[in-house]
Design a protein around this ligand. Sequence first.
Ligand code: AMP
Length: 390
Amino acid sequence: MSFTPHVVSPPVLGIFGGGQLGRMTCVAAQALGHAVRVLDPDPHCPAATVCNELITAPFDDAIAAQRLALGCAAVTVDLEAVGLDAMRAAAQHAPVRPSAEVLEVVQDRQRQREWLRAGGFPVPKVLHAASRAELASALQEVGRPAFVKATRGGYDGKGQVRVQSDAQAEEAAELVAQCPVVVEQNVDFLAEISVQVARSPSGQWRAFPAALNHHEQQILQWTLLPAPVADDVLAAAIGLARGLADKLELVGLLTVELFLLKDGTLLINEMAPRPHNSFHTTLGHARTSQFAQLARAVLDLPLGETDVFGSVVVANLLGEQWDPAGGLNVSGVLQTHGVDVTVYGKRVARAARKMGHLTATAETPQGAFAAAEEAMKTLGQTLAPSPLLD
Ligand code: AMP
């Protein structure tokens, strides 16, 4: 039998956002036989060296969004802060998954909380403030400590102030002078967990087990998969995420961050319709990574199995760990048994900027945590413990 060689023209996936999430999605989609076109304002974004084509443009540029979508099998996002008009412009040329309607619900914290409350989903008490006076009365009402967060655009502790002291209240007042904020009561949680569901255009869905997360200064410090939580907590958390994804008619991934209270109650902190830092553990340590799952969902391919191999801890590597002369001490980290490193290729190291992560695996949660701790020690960093690992 003769086979005539021919040029392969792969289908194209478009991604708004070329950060580390976009970069890892590129690799996953390429492994499924796709080319990837990324739109990002930064020509040196982490996905730049990995994607097949980069469009350098702001996230609200409707013309560039059309160029992104033209000829694509689907378009997805690696962040929430994409202009809705740009999303709608892209949708004229390719299915945009998640849709502009989903982003509209999630990209404003106030709106997201109202949507959740109106749908009967459990959320912590939250107030809204658009002036110093409104902030003062909201702080009075919720008490201290309180969390004051910009309604839009904040992430990894940016645009957020935990208000305990008067100096922090003044910092929050400076924030509200620039943009509206939400003011939240402090939730006295036992632990933070997150769940992630994938949903395909036909409504097929799959969920990973829950992740146990620990934040320091409002930034994820480490995450463990699977979280050592009771079966009923896990079922309730996944049930919530599935209910949310169905109600949003979402196609792609939905990650839901939850507060687990001492009595087993779950409150929704926030949801993100995209891959999430707390599921980087799936990369190489679950049958399907979250990035492959996203690609499968938005490209309408069968969803992958979500079982996890052993226990996996991911600890974030922030800009502080990059020495100006020598960069990250990769060699030191890799000396720990069961530990691997993923670096995102960012050109500028800044304090609190996520630059990469290390992954530690073991047979038990305690073993994985101990290995991550040992590896982080080589960088002069300790990991905060969790009561769920005692
Ligand atoms: P967020 O950006 O809203 O996810 O907040 C980042 C982290 O700050 C959360 O994961 C918690 O660790 C902490 N945090 C935020 N809001 C609250 C709250 N209302 N009560 C207690 N901790 C909070």
